[in-house]
Design a protein around this ligand. Structure first.
Ligand SMILES: Nc1ncnc2c1ncn2[C@@H]1O[C@H](COP(=O)(O)OP(=O)(O)OP(=O)(O)O)[C@@H](O)[C@H]1O
Ligand SMILES: [Mg+2]
Length: 507
């Protein structure tokens, strides 16, 4: 069409021309790549009908004597004899009402094919409305890829990929952006390895609360850093020192950490014990700050340890992290607590139309394992948890509780959960077994597009995009998971240095 770049024409080796799949014979000197978008003019109304390239391959006429020549190492480099073909499948055309429609009329043979420009692609990819988040950009067009938040809650989301392909970076980035949207989305994150704690630094201690999983269940040992973390203090601040000292006093007395006990212990902290040698009034003002912070704390129970209520915590934080990293051999207990918490959240959403959140399950196979494939903890507690997760996966969305499942191995996660979440898929590079699984769920076309993606890139498809077709995206990280702060190499450097420090000096 006027001003558009023509790259080739439709072509058929058999003489029959389809409309859903086309083969393009490229003009000399032109190229297309897998994933690129092209269009042809609608035969009736002239609107651009968009196709996505799934395969590009050179074609050379076969000559009988070629085989014999090649055996003797003689290559015929006759470029005139080869052409470049591309296969593409139909996305459709956009009508006046901004709806995507399929082309139903036949195309005449050798119809011109044009490169789809940015503005055209944007019409197909930008979700409507303002409540959305930026995921990254499409490397072939450099256009932003955005996801509609409504669909990410209503229809859930699956983030998958092999080891180290960028799943957690993608998830943590999406959480950070959605929690900063207007209105901000609330998240309850079941964090197996403490990977999401970087959110606290990014969004601030007033928006993010990290809670050890046991606190949802029964009184247990809470690491003191968690209290300091809740208030957003540094360890070296006087406030922190006073608080830690007061906690030590309680510990020495074997007294429970409650607001009343802790405030009393704060009153007993002596400035000279902490090496504080400025004015007494200064110390008293620090002491008062600590008392005030303790009064407003969500982590410290009022009376004797009561379990924390996730619904209550979500009322004044955007993100609540349930940290499961502590306690290695306690999966049956963890399952029990996660099940309790999720049931409480879902129950509240069913009753209260003013409550909602997204539940993020990092390493979903630990909470919703496929029976007979992955088994951890005990049958009973595992089964109960799976029941709740399935319930949220199937009925959560319509009641304001979205589910985002992050997983490395699709085949180990319960089928119902995967299929429900697969309404929106962000798929990083996959191992072959899991490619087969994704092909079952999403179709072969989707699986073919994945190919070998580098870390940080993904194929995205779903209701959260405007178009119903897969898009290639290079995820733009907002922040990284906590594990990325220490690389394997840095760990060994630290060990080496520590070893040298303890060597005897006189040898
Ligand atoms: N979008 C991105 N852009 C640039 N680098 C990225 C991106 N995503 C991930 N990475 C890099 O890849 C590393 C691994 O990412 P991440 O931990 O998110 O992967 P993962 O799939 O969650 O890994 P695992 O399977 O171990 O859980 C990160 O430390 C980061 O260096
Ligand atoms: Mg990860």
């Amino acid at each position: 069409m006027d001003g558009s770049l023509r790259v080739g024409h439709t072509y058929s080796p058999t003489g029959e021309y389809g409309i859903n799949e086309i083969t393009i014979l490229l003009l000399r000197g032109y190229e297309l790549a897998k994933g690129d978008l092209v269009y042809i003019a609608h035969p009736k109304n002239g609107c651009p009908v968009v196709y996505q390239v799934t395969r590009v391959y050179p074609h050379k006429r076969v000559r009988e004597y070629e085989e014999a020549l090649l055996r003797d190492g003689r290559v015929i480099t006759d470029f005139e004899d080869s052409t470049l073909h591309a296969q593409a499948y139909q996305w459709g055309w956009m009508d006046d009402g901004d709806s995507l429609r399929p082309l139903r009329y036949p195309l005449s043979p050798n119809t011109p094919v044009y490169v789809a420009e940015r503005e055209l692609i944007a019409q197909f990819t930008k979700p409507n409305g303002d409540w959305k988040l930026l995921l990254g950009s499409d490397p072939s067009t450099d256009l932003d890829v955005e996801l509609g938040l409504y669909s990410l809650i209503r229809q859930s989301c699956l983030i998958c990929g092999a080891v180290g392909t960028g799943k957690t970076t993608t998830a943590v980035t999406m959480v950070a952006r959605a929690a900063s949207a207007e209105p901000p989305v609330r998240f309850f994150i079941v964090d197996k390895d403490g990977e999401y704690s970087s959110l606290a630094e990014q969004l601030g201690a007033d928006k993010v609360l990290k809670v050890p999983w046991r606190r949802f269940f029964q009184p247990g040992d809470v690491p003191w850093e968690d209290y300091i973390g809740e208030f957003g203090w540094q360890k070296t601040w006087w406030n922190s020192k006073i608080l830690v000292h007061a906690l030590k006093i309680l510990y020495a007395q074997a007294a429970a950490v409650t607001k009343v006990n802790l405030k009393q212990a704060i009153g007993w902290v002596k400035p000279n014990k902490l090496g504080f040698n400025k004015k007494d009034e200064d110390f008293e003002s620090y002491r008062q700050q600590v008392v005030n912070a303790v009064s407003g704390s969500k982590l410290i129970p009022d009376g004797d340890m009561e379990p924390l209520d996730p619904v209550d915590l979500l009322k004044d934080r955007h993100v609540v992290l349930m940290d499961l990293s502590q306690g290695r051999d306690t999966w049956s207990q963890k399952h029990l607590v996660v099940a309790q918490v999720l049931r409480r959240i879902f129950g509240e959403a069913l009753e209260n139309r003013r409550f909602g959140c997204i539940v993020v399950l990092e390493e979903a196979m630990y909470y919703a394992p496929q029976r007979g494939v992955f088994e951890i903890g005990e049958k009973d507690s595992r089964g109960k948890l799976l029941g709740v997760v399935k319930e949220i996966a199937t009925n959560g969305g319509r009641n304001g509780v979205g589910l985002w499942a992050v997983t490395q191995r699709l085949s180990t996660v319960d089928k119902t959960v995967v299929t429900q979440c697969a309404n929106n898929v962000i798929c990083h590079g996959l191992e072959d077994v899991d490619k087969a699984r994704i092909a079952e769920i999403m179709g072969n076309k989707f699986a073919e597009l994945i190919g070998d993606l580098p870390p940080g890139e993904a194929i995205v498809k779903g209701t959260a995009l405007k178009c119903r077709f897969p898009i290639w995206v290079k995820v733009l990280p907002e922040l990284y998971p906590a594990s990325s702060l220490s690389t394997p190499m840095s760990r060994f450097i630290h060990m080496e240095m520590a070893g040298r420090e303890t060597l005897p000096l006189d040898d």
